[in-house]
Design a protein around this ligand. Structure first.
Ligand SMILES: [Zn+2]
Ligand SMILES: [Zn+2]
Length: 342
């Protein structure tokens, strides 16, 4: 394959030598060797990399980095510069996305059943291998997501984690077109999920404590908004909880019609309080959502470009990575932070 590679050598990257409080600026800008391109891999220039709460948790050590130093970042929109041996279907200049799932074993029962999100051997971008807080990066070609050439990198990048996981949550909830859906919590992921549900003709009720989030939900098309325990005007066919609180899961369960599912979109939930079995009786279910598959990412990105889904990116220079993560921690970002390497 031909290559567009020019000045091969070094690049600028935000590396994490060791985790620490984000107030101490644990990420350091460094001139590092450009990553080596292995078999089956693509080398990308990074045009935009959105930041996610998981990046903050890795930077602060709440999630221990699996390599040190590591370059975080797993919502990457870039362009293919070169392809390694054995890669087919990609050419230099192609636009591509790189998301959280970096690889899976391909052989276990989960992988063979299309449930690679549950693979015990799965590896993750910006955690097991260097991610997109850099000018360039490599990724397995099989795990890269094709994007339209004319796509705007800054508005697409926030879709690649919160967007895809929100989409998988909708699928796990079993919501069908035209049905009534409840969303509990209305952060970045829920603001993308509501746009998908509305495109399916669903009626969407949004429960959140925040007045500002309730208003944003109505602007985006929610049919009803209220607090977590405000009685809803009708029973829900399905619900997704985004708030990392077990009480909210019970609120959603109580609002559900028989046969409905609450999909829990949370990696960490301290505990789910005890509740009366009547709330679960009549085939209601609770189900957690873990990571996502390549198929989820590709389906969602196709849909996101078609709808089209609007995001609310806030651009930062890569050199301001610590400030951008502090703004995420303090809740002072009006939208999703996106790092621009150049
Ligand atoms: Zn993420
Ligand atoms: Zn596997």
């Amino acid at each position: 394959m031909t290559s567009l590679r020019d000045n091969i050598g070094s690049m600028r990257a935000a590396t994490l030598p060791a985790p620490g409080p984000i107030e101490s600026s644990p990420l350091a800008m460094a001139e590092v060797p450009e990553p080596e391109l292995g078999p089956g891999e693509l080398l990308f220039t990074v045009d935009a990399c959105a930041i996610c709460r998981t990046d903050l948790q890795i930077a602060e050590g709440d999630i221990q980095p699996r390599k040190q130093p590591v370059v975080p970042g797993h919502q990457v929109v870039g362009r293919v510069v070169a392809a390694g041996p054995g890669v087919t279907g990609w050419a230099p200049g192609d636009r591509a996305g790189v998301a959280w799932l970096a690889g899976a074993c391909g052989e276990c029962g989960y992988c063979r059943e299309g449930r690679e999100n549950l693979c015990e051997e799965a590896t993750f971008t910006g955690w097991d291998r260097d991610g997109g807080f850099a000018e360039r990066m490599t990724a397995h070609a099989d795990y890269a997501i094709p994007l339209p050439l004319d796509a705007d990198p800054i508005s697409l990048a926030p879709l690649l984690c919160g967007g895809v996981i929100g989409y998988r949550s909708l699928r796990v909830s079993g919501i069908q077109p035209g049905q009534r859906l409840g969303l509990y919590g209305f952060g970045a992921s829920a603001r993308l999920a509501i746009q998908v549900a509305l495109s399916w003709g669903c009626e969407v009720f949004v429960a959140t404590r925040s007045e500002a989030e309730q208003q944003r939900a109505r602007e985006l098309g929610a049919a009803w908004t209220g607090g977590y325990d405000t009685p809803m005007p009708a029973r829900l066919h399905a619900a997704v909880t985004f708030a990392p609180a077990g009480d909210v899961v019970i609120s959603a369960l109580k609002a559900l019609a028989p046969g409905g599912t609450v999909a829990i979109n949370a990696i960490h939930l301290d505990r789910i309080p005890g509740f009366d079995y009547d709330w679960l009786w009549r085939e209601r279910s609770l189900k957690s959502v873990a990571n996502f598959t390549r198929a989820d990412a590709r389906e969602f990105l196709d849909l996101a470009v078609t709808i089209p889904i609007t995001t609310d990116p806030v651009s930062h220079r890569l050199t301001d990575v610590n400030e951008a993560l502090r703004a995420l921690k303090n809740g002072s970002l009006p939208g999703t932070g996106v790092l621009i390497p150049r």
